[in-house]
Design a protein around this ligand. Structure first.
Ligand SMILES: [Zn+2]
Length: 64
């Protein structure tokens, strides 16, 4: 499995001895938990088109 940097999208290198991910591109250094949190936050900031469409659908259905 290839992890991707939440900041720049570069490939991450996992250091077994420190148990941390290091970005080869921007040098971001984080634990697995931090990486998951940052990736989640990034996903929330940019909602996908399908999510917005379902929100619209709920609004439309609630009008009736
Ligand atoms: Zn990076």
């Amino acid at each position: 499995m290839n992890e991707v940097c939440p900041e720049c999208g570069g490939s991450l290198l996992y250091d077994i001895s420190t148990k941390r991910h290091t970005c080869k591109n921007c040098g971001l250094y984080m634990t697995k938990e931090e990486l998951r949190r940052l990736t989640d936050e990034k996903a929330k900031k940019a909602p996908s088109k399908t999510e917005r469409q379902s929100e619209y659908l709920q609004w439309w259905l609630s009008r009736k």
